[in-house]
Design a binder for this molecule. Structure first.
Ligand code: ADP
Length: 193
């Protein structure tokens, strides 16, 4: 199983990513987590990543590719992956597709999880009040949602044109979202576990 979760902040891609990874027995690769770990490690690269993340800006494509590619290639060799938050730009998608084609492991499905901005904002602010991430602040959340609409959203038609897009309403309880993803994937006639 090689699947991408494409979703604005707060849609629940972390939760669904973990569930799908467990179900299909593949690695859950969360771009934000890998980049935060790199930021924690410090150094010049770490500081650059941290600065972008704190503002809610996308980390530059080349940095993201350097951090993510080894994990994706390794997981592909071990049966697949659930990608959560990568690719997030058209340039990343093109680069990832080229690498995947070279390795003979192209993406099988892109799951687009959508919900109204009001719902997403409320979820992120709730997470913040429970001691969540430093980018879960009203102004940064607004900016992250804009970045999604302006940049990452372009990947929705990109994967739709390639016939692998599954759109799911993320404004539902987690179990319902999981069920909708499963039925969307079976509609793509992918192998089931
Ligand atoms: P969310 O989807 O809620 O914003 P993530 O943990 O997926 O949470 O991402 C947090 C931050 O990490 C983003 O705002 C961005 O700065 C950075 N990031 C994650 N994935 C990417 C990516 N593929 N390209 C560029 N930046 C990324």
């Amino acid at each position: 199983m090689r699947l991408l979760l494409l979703a604005p902040p707060g849609a629940g891609k972390g939760t669904q990513g973990e569930r799908l990874a467990a179900r299909y027995g593949v690695r859950h690769i969360a771009a934000g987590d890998l980049l935060r770990a790199e930021a924690q490690a410090g150094g010049r690269l770490g500081r650059e990543i941290a600065a972008h993340q704190a503002r809610g800006d996308l980390v530059p494509d080349q940095v993201v590719l350097d951090v993510l590619t080894p994990a994706v290639v390794d997981a592909a060799a071990r049966g697949g992956y659930i990608l959560d938050g990568f690719p997030r730009t058209l340039a990343q998608a093109t680069a990832a597709a080229q690498i995947a084609a070279r390795l003979g492991v192209t993406l099988q499905a892109a799951v687009y999880m959508h919900a109204p901005d009001t719902v997403l904002t409320r979820r992120l602010l709730d997470r913040a009040s429970e001691g969540g991430r430093s980018d879960d602040r009203a102004d940064v959340i607004r900016h992250r949602l804009e970045v999604f609409a302006e940049t990452t959203g372009l990947l929705v038609p990109y994967y739709s044109e390639r016939g692998i897009l599954v759109a799911v309403n993320a404004d539902q309880p987690p179990d319902s979202v999981t069920a909708d993803i499963q039925s969307g994937l079976s509609g793509l006639s992918l192998a089931r576990p």
